[in-house]
Design a protein around this ligand. Structure first.
Ligand code: DGL
Length: 271
């Protein structure tokens, strides 16, 4: 009997990471928590995000005995991963960070756009990442207030208008040739963003690198599941129907999991 991998985000954004995890690790079970009752994280105080990260990690450990945790959220990784690792030293924890390093390797013009939440961009962790790469490229960082919420709500008009506003803010002269999607919600607006920046700009997200890193961590601990039929449990602290609609719309999990189930959690203290 193999324990599942826990995955969480403020909402549906982490489904973009779950999709990559499933492709990389097809025999693993996953328990996903969408903390929609407390979203968005990116426009809240980091202290709020830390409280939520602790509550969800506690729930995933006590109720599902997870063997590893993937924080499928840039904002929560920036605010809480160092604390969770200190507090849960026996739990392998994998986080997400905006793909600045792959972008620096890819960019020819050395001008790179970064779209992320205010919480991620203001964090010490992101500033350290930016500092470590400052000699390699110019990064134009744009906070995208409201975009994750518009994606969460499936509000196409708002996704379009906010994407237009934020991509325009990156500047049109000597424009960027690489655009980092530094929030796990943004891959769900990929088509809109790509149309706005044009086909010559490469959009990078963190799904595949995070999935590969998760595989490496599980391999090192010798806890990879053997070939078997895998399942997914998707939980929400908010509107479970919104999660079901998002799953149907963005990633048809039934197509690649043998069993998919949904559950509503107590928004305050998932137990
Ligand atoms: N999906 C989250 C991230 O990657 C944040 C969205 C939010 O603001 O809640 O940063």
């Amino acid at each position: 009997m193999h324990a599942p991998i826990g995955v969480f985000d403020s909402g549906i954004g982490g489904l973009s990471i779950l999709q990559a995890l499933r492709a990389e690790l097809p025999f693993e079970d996953f328990v996903y928590v969408a903390d929609s009752g407390h979203a968005p994280y990116g426009e809240r105080d980091p202290a709020h995000v830390i409280v939520r990260a602790r509550a969800i990690t506690g729930y995933l450990r006590s109720r599902h005995h997870i063997k590893a945790l993937v924080i499928a959220c840039n904002t929560a990784t920036a605010a809480a991963i160092h604390l969770l690792r200190q507090e849960q030293p026996d739990l392998p924890i994998i986080g997400v960070e905006p793909a600045l390093k792959p972008a620096a390797l890819h960019s020819q013009t050395r001008r790179i756009g970064v779209l992320a939440t205010q919480g991620t961009l203001s964090s010490a962790k992101f500033q350290a990442l930016l500092d470590s790469l400052k000699d390699q490229a110019e990064f134009i960082c744009q906070p995208c207030s409201g975009l994750a919420s518009a994606i969460e709500a499936g509000d196409a008009d708002k996704i379009q208008s906010l994407s237009q506003q934020y991509t325009a803010a990156l500047g049109s002269e000597d424009g960027v040739d690489t655009l980092v999607l530094g929030c796990t919600h943004y891959p769900f607006a990929r088509d809109v963003l790509q149309a706005l920046v044009g086909p010559s700009v490469t959009l990078l997200d963190s799904g595949a690198p995070v999935a590969r890193q998760t595989r490496r961590v599980l391999e090192a601990k010798a806890v990879l599941a053997p070939a078997r039929e895998a399942s997914a449990l998707l939980c929400s602290t908010g509107n479970i129907e919104a999660l079901q609609v998002a799953v149907r719309r963005w990633l048809p999990l039934d197509a690649f999991f043998n069993r998919v189930s949904f559950q509503t959690l107590d928004p305050e203290t998932p137990t």
